[in-house]
Design a protein around this ligand. Structure first.
Ligand code: AMP
Ligand code: GLY
Length: 445
C-alpha cells in the first residue's frame, strides 16, 4: 500500500517511523518543506516544496494515487488540503477545512465550546472592530486586568500574548489587539487562567474517540519555564498514561471534553456527514476547581507525537485506516505502559536569532531505549548534517519511570556535538515536584 505523508519536520519523522513498523509495510511518499534526512530514509521518495502550494501537492498525489494520506502540519490542514485529497478519492487522516476551524479560528473554537462545555471555557469576547472604550472596559472591569489577547488565525503558535508575561500594560494589550484586528479582522480577548497545563490528544473518526497518553509540553525557551515561547522545547508522558499532578477526575473530564467536541463538530458541520477524521489535540489547564480548555489543535503536536508514537504497540496503519473508514474502536489502539521524556535540541540562539544556521552537528549512535527524530536539519552530499534556524531534533528517552526516561534523553543530548542547546530541566524531579506542589496549593486553599 502507498501512503502520502505531508510533512514539515520531526513530528512527521515520528509518524513515518510508526508507519514503517506496520505489518502492512507501506511505501511512504513524503512531501516536505525541507529535505528531512529522517523522512528521506523512511520514504520511497521525498518531494521538497511549499505545503501551501496545493496544485503542486495535488499533482504529486494524483501521480502517486495513495491508498491513504496523512497531513501533519497545521497550515495545509487549516487551508483545506484534506478537502482536495478526499475529493480525488484519497482517504485522508486530517480534518476538512471547516472542521479544522477548531484550530484555525480561536473565535470559532471558543463559541463552539461555550455552547457544549460552558464550564470549561474562560470568560471571553470576540472583537471584530477596534472599539477602544469597550475593549478597555472588558479588560479592566470584567477581567480585572488579567487577560490574554489571541490572534484569531494560525500563527505558528505565536499569536497569543498574556498579560503580565508578554504584555506589561493595558495600553500594550490594547495595541496588540488593534494589530490583530487590522491584520486578521478579529481578535479574541479572554480571562487569564492560572494553573498547570497539559495536553490530551485523541484519534477521532466522527463520534469515535480514542485517547492517547496525557502529555505535558514546555513552551518556554529556557530552564525554569523562562524566556520567549517556542514551538515546544520538550514533553513527557508517564507510565500510567496520566501525569503526576493530575487527578483521575481531571483526566476523565479532559477525555469527556474531547468526546463532546468531536460530536459538536459533527453537528456544527453537517455538510461533512463523516465528521472530524484525524487527530484532535486538546490543550487544557488544571485550575483550582477543575480543568479548562486553553485551545484545540487539529493535528498531532510537535513534539507530542514524538512521545506517544514510539509507545504505540498496535498497528498505526490500521488505526489510520479505521479513522478514514469510520471503524475506529478502542481495541485498535494500544500504548506501552512506559514513561517518555522528549528534549528538543535547538540552535544555541533559537528562538531569538538564527546565528548557527548552516553549522555542522553530529549525533552519537542511538541506544535501544532512545529515539532521534530530525527537525530543521539538512544533510549534504557527503552525509554531513547542518543546522537550520529552527528546532533541530527531538530526542526521546523511554523508560520504566520518568526518572529513567529523563536520564536516557539527557545523556543522549549531552553527547550531541555542535552549537545546540536543550532544556536540561524537562522531565526532572524538581520540575515535576514543583508542578505537583502548585496543584496541591491551589486545591487545598
Ligand atoms: P495557544 O496558542 O492558544 O495554545 O496559546 C499559547 C499559550 O498561551 C498556551 O500554551 C498558554 O500558556 C497561554 N494561554 C493561552 N490562553 C490562555 C489563558 N486563557 N490563560 C492563560 N494562559 C493562556
Ligand atoms: N507542541 C505544541 C504544538 O504542537 O502545538
Amino acid at each position: 500500500m502507498k501512503i502520502l505523508l505531508v510533512a514539515s519536520g520531526a513530528r512527521e519523522h515520528a509518524i513515518a517511523s510508526a508507519l514503517a513498523r506496520s505489518r502492512h509495510r507501506p511505501e511512504i511518499i513524503s512531501v516536505c518543506t525541507t529535505n528531512n534526512p529522517g523522512l528521506k530514509k523512511l520514504s520511497r521518495s521525498l518531494h521538497v516544496g511549499s505545503l501551501l502550494d496545493f496544485p503542486w501537492v495535488m499533482g504529486i498525489a494524483k501521480q502517486v494515487k495513495p491508498d491513504l494520506a496523512i497531513v501533519g502540519p497545521d497550515d495545509p490542514i487549516g487551508g483545506g488540503l484534506a478537502d482536495l485529497l478526499e475529493a480525488e478519492g484519497f482517504p485522508t487522516v486530517a480534518p476538512k477545512k471547516s472542521l479544522a476551524r477548531i484550530e484555525s479560528s480561536k473565535g470559532f473554537a471558543r463559541d463552539l465550546l461555550k455552547k457544549t462545555v460552558p464550564n470549561s471555557v474562560p470568560q471571553y469576547r470576540v472583537f471584530t472592530s477596534y472599539e477602544p472604550k469597550e475593549l478597555n472596559k472588558f479588560i479592566e472591569q470584567d477581567l480585572k486586568g488579567n487577560y490574554v489577547v489571541k490572534y484569531d488565525a494560525l500563527r505558528g503558535g505565536k499569536g497569543v500574548k498574556v498579560s503580565g508575561e508578554h504584555l506589561a500594560t493595558i495600553a500594550e494589550g490594547m495595541q496588540y489587539a488593534k494589530e490583530c484586528i487590522e491584520e486578521g479582522g478579529r481578535v479574541v480577548i479572554e480571562e487569564k487562567l492560572v494553573g498547570v497545563e497539559f495536553s490530551l490528544l485523541s484519534f477521532v473518526s466522527g463520534t469515535q474517540v480514542v485517547d492517547m497518553p496525557a502529555i505535558q509540553d514546555h513552551k518556554r525557551a529556557y530552564a525554569g519555564d523562562t524566556g520567549p515561547n517556542t514551538g515546544g522545547m520538550g514533553t513527557y508522558t508517564d507510565c500510567d498514561h496520566s501525569l503526576p499532578f493530575l487527578s483521575k477526575k481531571d483526566l476523565s473530564q479532559a477525555s469527556d471534553i474531547n468526546r463532546i467536541t468531536a460530536a459538536a463538530l459533527l453537528k456544527e458541520c453537517p455538510e461533512h456527514v463523516e465528521g472530524y477524521r484525524g487527530i484532535l489535540y486538546g490543550g487544557f489547564i488544571a485550575v483550582a476547581d477543575g480543568i479548562r480548555v486553553i485551545e484545540y489543535n487539529a493535528r498531532f503536536g510537535d513534539p507530542e507525537a514524538l512521545n506517544v508514537l514510539p509507545l504505540l504497540s498496535s498497528d498505526f496503519v490500521e488505526i489510520c485506516q479505521a479513522i478514514t473508514q469510520s471503524t475506529l474502536t478502542p481495541d485498535l489502539v494500544r500504548f506501552e505502559h512506559k514513561a517518555t521524556v522528549c528534549k528538543y535540541l535547538a540552535p544555541e540562539s533559537y528562538p531569538v536569532s538564527k546565528d548557527e544556521k548552516g553549522a555542522v552537528v553530529s549525533f552519537p549512535s542511538v541506544p535501544e531505549n532512545a529515539r532521534l527524530f530530525f527537525g530543521d536539519i539538512a544533510e549534504d552530499d557527503r552525509g554531513i548534517l547542518h543546522l537550520g534556524g529552527s528546532r533541530t531534533a527531538g530526542i526521546v528517552g523511554i523508560g520504566e519511570s520518568l526518572a529513567e526516561a529523563e536520564k536516557i534523553a539527557e545523556e543522549f543530548c549531552r553527547g550531541v556535538q555542535g552549537p545546540v542547546r536543550h532544556r536540561a530541566d524537562i522531565g526532572t524531579a524538581p520540575l515535576i515536584d514543583q508542578r505537583i506542589a502548585v496543584m496541591k496549593n491551589m486545591r487545598t486553599k
